[in-house]
Design a protein around this ligand. Structure first.
Ligand SMILES: [Fe+2]
Ligand SMILES: [Fe+2]
Length: 361
């Protein structure tokens, strides 16, 4: 299995994972002749799909939580917000239950590297972002040996960290272009608004609400709404800040393409000083597959390969499957373990390749 952009779909590819849009099944797993549907998918804002093809045969892309759990989380989040908008009070029971579910799966799949975030359309970004941010935050919490009760409070706060956006002007929140200074100030209100909304919910504790209020605070005091510094910021919010930024960078947005995992990781490292907690960033980065399974990479010798599996604690050196030589000739796929052949490195990843920097078939 591998992930490809619609532009790269060819006749022999078979859909490897069902595609949902706004909770509706659009295409079932196993659908063939995918080129028939590219126009429709594009119009829904879906650019990437999981496919089976010969060169990716046998490659698995494990996820720390199941597709079903991701879908349930998104549905419960949507229901909770919809009810809030009608009744002006929040029923947190559903959120408490899905948070439990996510925690259980993450603890069960403890050896899985974080391969990919949810491949949703840009339109579904808010829901998918809330769930992915929660997964990333919980993976850090697991490494910190949080107990179940703390994990639960962290998960609830992370699921609802951006809930305050429902109280803002939709035209500004979903504006596809760059925001003006005034519009950016308006969006910043979501932190305070979110805290106030969560105060209306008895099932949600103050510790979870604090995440909504302070997830945009930064260690150096340059964040908002209060400009808190260092130890004034709760560890929950420091964790969610990292998860939040990483997911935003690696997601497809209406105004920019998603970044590959290794580039988002570089961004976190470069901005750690001052913005993020150094120790938490380093814990998080150890859990990410910088070149995820199934992604296409170019090696330093020019060869093109698919990432086959991860080597534990060696995120830059996975096992790859070479299928095309540097001169463009296709070859019978063969494995190279980059941990054994140290003369070869990964030059660039799938998304950079798909952006047209290379002319690949
Ligand atoms: Fe936010
Ligand atoms: Fe966010």
């Amino acid at each position: 299995m591998r992930l490809v952009s619609l532009a790269m779909i060819t006749e022999e590819m078979v859909l490897a994972q069902p595609i949902y849009y706004a909770d509706n099944l659009i295409l079932k797993e196993g659908v063939t002749n995918l080129n028939r549907f590219t126009k429709r998918l594009k119009s829904l804002g879906i650019d990437l799909v999981y496919i089976y093809d010969e060169i990716s045969d046998g490659i698995e892309i494990p996820d720390v939580i199941s597709n079903e759990t991701r879908a349930t989380c998104k549905r419960v989040l949507q229901d909770t917000v919809d009810r809030f908008l009608v009744e002006d009070s929040m029923d947190g029971e559903g959120i408490v239950n899905v948070a439990d579910c996510v925690i259980r799966e993450i603890l069960q799949n403890k050896d899985v590297q974080l391969n990919l975030n949810d491949i949703s359309s840009a339109d579904e970004y808010t829901l998918a972002h809330s769930v992915s941010t929660t997964v990333y935050a919980l993976v850090i919490a697991k490494e910190l040996n949080y107990n179940k009760s703390l994990m639960n409070k962290l998960a609830i706060g992370a699921l609802l960290h951006d809930v305050g956006k429902v109280a803002l002007d939709r035209n500004i929140v979903f504006k596809p272009d760059r925001l003006t200074d005034e519009e950016y100030k308006h969006v910043q209100l979501h932190a305070q608004k979110g805290y106030e909304i969560l105060k209306k919910c008895n099932e949600i504790t103050e510790l979870s609400r604090i995440i909504a209020l302070t997830h945009h605070e930064r260690i150096n005091g340059a964040g908002y709404p209060k400009g808190l510094q260092g130890s004034e910021i709760h560890q929950f919010s420091k964790i969610v800040a990292i998860a939040d930024v990483y997911d935003a960078l690696t997601s497809e947005r209406c105004y920019r393409k998603k970044w590959p995992a290794h580039r988002a990781a570089d961004y976190l490292v470069e901005n750690t000083e001052g913005q993020f907690d150094v120790e938490l960033v380093s814990i998080f980065l150890k859990q990410i597959a910088l070149f995820p399974n199934g992604s296409m990479v170019q090696l330093s010798n020019g060869d093109i390969a698919l990432v086959e599996r991860q080597n534990k604690n060696m995120p830059l050196r996975p096992v790859v499957r070479v299928f095309q030589k540097g001169n463009g000739n296709k070859v019978k796929p063969y494995h190279v373990n980059l941990m054994e052949d140290l003369s070869i490195t990964i030059l660039q990843s799938e998304l950079e390749l798909q952006d047209g920097k290379n002319n690949l078939a």
